[in-house]
Design a protein around this ligand. Structure first.
Ligand code: MTE
Ligand code: MO
Length: 320
């Protein structure tokens, strides 16, 4: 994101080949729990963009985004920002071969009455898994429509019972030099840290995602669990989270530290407030051709009805 102006690279829509369908059929009979270990199939040598993940069962469909045209599985899983695996869009899907997402524990701590260490299995039992189709807008000027699978973050917040001092929530991504080549390079201040105000975390749109397209998350999309905050620029949605901390003071996030004039705490999608180096008025839907006209970016990425009340009385130019 800091490296020059965003380059708008064309990506193609490719229908999954029959092979993947067969692989999915093979895995279908197996329950989620038994299947998590199979993510080891994504070992080096496989081209991960052509690799589907085990299916998740018992997903509740929701009305979110039913009218949207979905971005293809291939584009969602091969055009990524995940600097721990490299700064180019193709690197995350290619460089995750050594990365292990099982077993995995998330420490939930800080200003809470009931701190917890949660395994992914515990998280999956917290609430029914929902499918929610959300528009996602990167600060670089491109967007996607992604059918996430996850649970509202509010369920986890209620479980640990924040104290009266809890005003913000920090989300810390894993930073493992051994398996994440980007972490060996000081491009960002690792581990990747993002944060929300407590009421933003409680907002009903905010998800802890464990899957997409009805399958477990691929590593490049933030497996085994990542945040999804659809009315904010993509960088707020931290991937591969290992620690969730409730704090009193507004945290200095990774991107605020990297470029304080360019990346603020709120990072709400806002077509009226430009990035210092480029306009935020329009965006390119990934999957459309380079000749397709860019579409207008919507205030709060189109989720204003649900979230604008969180910011009443705030100057959104100042609190960008
Ligand atoms: N840990 C971590 N989380 C991250 C990033 C990252 O580099 N590291 N990139 C962010 C950015 S800039 C975007 S646009 C989204 C991209 O998510 P996707 O690849 O699943 O579309 O992840 C966000 N979460
Ligand atoms: Mo982004």
């Amino acid at each position: 994101m800091l490296i020059g102006k965003p380059v708008d690279v064309a990506s193609t829509e490719i229908t999954p080949e029959p092979l993947f369908k067969r692989r999915r059929a093979l895995l279908k009979a197996v329950g989620l729990g038994g299947v998590i270990g199979l993510s080891g199939w994504s070992r080096e040598g496989w081209t991960t963009e052509s690799l589907h993940k085990p299916a998740i069962h018992n997903i509740q469909k929701t009305l979110y985004g039913q009218d949207e045209k979905l971005t293809s599985y291939r584009d969602i899983t091969s055009y990524n920002n995940f600097y721990e695996f490299g700064t180019s869009k193709e690197q995350p899907s290619r460089n995750t071969g050594q990365f292990k997402t099982s077993p995995w524990t998330i420490a939930v701590e800080g200003e809470v009455l009931k701190p917890r260490q949660l395994g992914i299995e515990d998280l999956l039992k917290l609430a029914p898994l929902e499918e929610r189709i959300y528009r996602m807008r990167c600060v670089e000027g491109w967007s996607m429509v992604i059918p996430w699978v996850g649970i509202p973050l509010a369920k986890l917040i209620k479980l640990v019972q924040p104290t009266a001092n809890a005003k913000f929530i920090e989300f810390v991504s894993v930073a493992d030099e051994a398996t994440m080549p980007g972490v060996r390079v000081p491009i960002l201040d690792w581990p990747y840290l993002e944060a929300l105000r407590l009421d933003e975390g409680m907002q009903e749109l905010t998800l802890l995602a464990v899957g997409l397209y009805g399958e477990l998350l691929p590593a490049q999309n933030g497996a085994p669990v990542r945040l999804v905050v659809p009315w904010k620029y993509g960088f707020k949605s931290g991937k591969s989270i290992v620690r969730i901390r409730f704090v009193e003071k507004m945290p200095q996030t990774t991107w605020m530290r990297a470029g304080p004039k360019e990346y603020g705490f709120y990072a709400n999608v806002n077509p009226n407030v430009d990035h210092p180096r480029w306009s935020q008025a329009t965006e390119r839907r990934i999957g459309s051709s380079l000749f397709t006209r860019r579409i207008p970016t919507q205030m709060f990425n189109g989720y204003a009805d649900q979230v604008s009340h969180l910011y009443t009385g705030m100057d959104l130019r100042k609190h960008f």
